[in-house]
Write a protein that binds this ligand. Sequence first.
Ligand SMILES: Nc1ncnc2c1ncn2[C@@H]1O[C@H](COP(=O)(O)OP(=O)(O)OP(=O)(O)O)[C@@H](O)[C@H]1O
Length: 700
Amino acid sequence: MTTTTAKTKKPKGKAPGPVWDWTAGHGPVTGALSATSGCLAVATTGAATGMPPGWALTIGTAGAIGHTITSLRDRLSARTVAMRAASWLLGAGWTTWAITTGPLTWAALGSLAALGAGIGTSARATLLREEARELEAIAAAERQVARELSAERRAIAAEWADRIHRVCGISVRILAIEQWPTNTGFTIDAELPPGGTTYERIAQYAPQLSADARLPHGCTATATAGIDQGRVLIDVTTVNVLAGEITYPTDYSPLSLHTGIPWGVRTDGREVLAYLREQCALVVGPTGSGKTNMAHTILAGFARTTDVLTWVIDLNAGSAGLPWVRPALDGGGSGGTVVRPGVDWLAADYDEAMLMLTAAVRIAKHRKTAYQDLMTQANTDLLPISDRIPQIMIVIDEGAEILASPDRALRSLAEKILEVIRIARAMGIRTVLTALGATGSVLGNLMIRREAKVRVALTGGEKEGMDLAKQFPGSRGLRVDQAPYKGAGFMATPESPAALFKSWRILPNQIRDIVHTTSDRHPTLDTLSAKAAGADYARRWDHGRTAWIRDHTPQPGTAPAPAAGLNLTALRTEQQPAPEPDDITRQFRDIVAQLDTPAPGRPSTRPDNGQGLNLSALRNSGAEGGEDTSARDAVLAILLAAGPEGTGASAITRALPPEHGTTRQTIVGWLRAWAEDGTAVRIGTGTKTRYVHHRHTPGT
Ligand SMILES: Nc1ncnc2c1ncn2[C@@H]1O[C@H](COP(=O)(O)OP(=O)(O)OP(=O)(O)O)[C@@H](O)[C@H]1O
């Protein structure tokens, strides 16, 4: 029995003081105390009641035998076993003697005290020895594992030094072998022989080395530069992770353009990061290779960032961007919050794409002059990208085919794309082009070759038109048949040489989750850029320009389309009818109202003239139905009637006649628009937000 001081909070109603732990074992002191007090108690009772002295000896002998058995079972040392048995026998001997001669004499008590001290001291010594023995046993086991491991490593080192000599004719000295934590291969760190041998000499023999090592299909031995030019690192994959499906990680934590955006995994399980502050990207993949899926994982990465605005051009009916817009249309998030689309602008046809690219050129040119002071202060010639001045990433699905098109209209679009690539690097506008093939018209273009060094080739088993040497110049030993799986291929960035990689699989429900999770994280376009982009940008979600999205929304009663990645509405419960076109129009306006509203705590970056959202302009444009106009007039009337005190969205919703059927969200959108165009003044924040009609504001 030992005592411990309870450190945890005292339970109510319990007395203070030490807590007795009745289950604790004996230490040397308490063990000796327990033994001697037990002997004294038995001897005193035995002497008083005339107990036969032989009984104590019998009990002591039984105790010694029992303790010996349990100690042996616990694999304790012989010394501990002997000490415990001797304690029992000595205690029993003293008790027998004390019953015969009387326990309460100075001789008996003195000898018992001496016995207790002896037991305590030897118990402590054996305990320490037992602990040391246990530690030594653990260390010996660890040494054994290490010996086996290093024996395995030595065997690998010897085997590969021999193989490199046989296959490449180079004698290397292997310095270390690192087994990957994923157990899918290992890395060899080797010293190249003197005389100017470079790592490329080994890299060019990658297929031969893989064959000689009898690696499974899809596994490679890739040589890359080591810590200095006299060293080489050889990554040897022994398990093919490319064949299976790896789903997009469910960790949607915020990312930044500056810290890299993960696009997939290497064969050793490490994520490959794309650094796109200055680079453009090119993703090549024939049909069915997983290119659309990869485009979605790229959009997922951008959606997670706090400093990127994503613009998407997909002339194939906008399908690449639709799943990122639809969750915003399908309804609000939890608590009725407005969900912002996962992309900031979606162009599905030539005209919209032209507006987008022209706006991008205007922004790039304006940023160059408007941010001169900022760049001087920061002592940089690259615009400092942040959540206040976001980078614009223009993702152009099958953009390389636009560049190669002989069509006159597409040629003018291609010129704009090339102009953006050419002039906007420093000003924070970059592109991600996808392509069906790495054709000469794409890689033959110097601009693309120079600016788009983040490159992906999804092979999907297709060999035709896959010229890896052109797409990854300088990389040797890359063969299409190393990655004949969907979503698998090669990826290279300036930071990470071309090597096998697998893109994550992402499905519509995950896209929807990401849109919801990242809704309040997206930056807003900085005031100066928004001014330069003008009305084309501010009205990007206008009814007329987004009507095509409604066409993709199933009407009530129609069967949902097959799960082609676009039918996110089908994810809602069946009883819930699909929104009527008017509802969609309204919802979109609400989204737009929120889109250009900075997140709480972030200073406004909106243009002073409210170009980012000019819903009141719609009133005169005739773009809306009469019902909406009358509802808005009614809301305006309520606002006017509220006088200098003003009123809030909830109060207006309650006051508005129900026949208008206008939601609170719609009213919030109108109020925000009026606050921006000067019709009303916003007072307070959060739940205390009120709006006062401008006629009731001071000085009017
Ligand atoms: N990363 C991946 N992991 C596993 N399977 C994948 C992956 N990406 C795509 N696939 C599979 O490949 C199929 C085709 O993918 P996807 O539609 O993205 O190809 P694509 O190259 O865009 O083809 P298309 O141009 O014909 O649309 C998917 O339905 C899926 O089964």
